[in-house]
Design a protein around this ligand. Structure first.
Ligand SMILES: CC(C)(COP(=O)(O)OP(=O)(O)OC[C@H]1O[C@@H](n2cnc3c(N)ncnc32)[C@H](O)[C@@H]1OP(=O)(O)O)[C@@H](O)C(=O)NCCC(=O)NCCS
Length: 175
């Protein structure tokens, strides 16, 4: 695809025509993404655009995770027992017209780059997200693991907490 750009949401972006087919995600993007970014400073939304046309959005926010929730790893043992900084991928949606063309993967790679920036500026042990059941396989393809311990008590229809360690992101970025 030519002239595709990933950039932060702008106040002037027309969001109302976007639809990823999931009502809650569309509602968030249409009504809350801009105010959360420009007025409340809760999150930043990145968009994939071709000209004025928005193909996808990803909303990120600062978050934290307890060490006990992390999947086993060599690094985990050395981490302290208090809330650890992560980048939270709060929402991700690709417009129905652009799904299955690699747009979601490209936007997620951009988000992983943001996690590396956060690592270097304020610390970050990885990216967490709450994956919709239908999207779990999409995240697994990109290396995310399910946070089994966090899942306890959730219903099967509820989002699946998933994690990608910063070491894995850094190793993939070097390839
Ligand atoms: C899930 C979603 C973000 C994926 O984005 P996309 O642009 O359609 O996916 P891509 O084309 O980048 O696919 C990347 C890879 O994941 C695979 N994939 C995409 N969606 C998948 C799914 N639902 N299940 C399994 N694999 C999937 C693709 O086949 C592709 O595999 P490959 O790299 O081996 O070729 C998008 O379909 C979407 O917005 N869905 C509706 C909203 C949603 O569920 N958002 C996620 C909320 S947690």
């Amino acid at each position: 695809m030519t002239n595709v750009e990933v950039r932060p949401l702008a106040q002037s972006d027309v969001r109302s025509t976007f639809s990823c087919g999931q009502e809650d995600l569309d509602r968030f993007f249409h009504h809350y993404a801009a105010q959360n970014q420009f007025k409340l400073h809760l999150s930043v939304t990145f968009v994939v655009v071709v000209g004025q046309d928005i193909l996808a959005f990803a909303t990120v926010t600062a978050g934290s995770i307890e060490r006990a929730s992390l999947p086993p790893s060599r690094v985990k043992k050395r981490l302290p027992n208090y809330p650890l900084p992560v980048l939270r991928l709060a929402r991700l949606g690709v417009d129905l017209r652009a799904q299955r063309l690699g747009v979601g993967k490209a936007l997620l790679r951009h988000v992983l780059g943001l996690a590396l920036d956060q690592r270097d500026k304020s610390g970050c042990v990885g990216v967490v997200t709450d994956a919709k059941t239908d999207a779990v396989a999409f995240y697994e393809r990109l290396g995310f693991e399910r946070l089994e311990g966090v899942r306890e008590g959730l219903l099967m229809s509820e989002p699946e907490p998933m994690f990608l360690a910063i070491e894995t992101i850094a190793a993939a970025a070097k390839r």
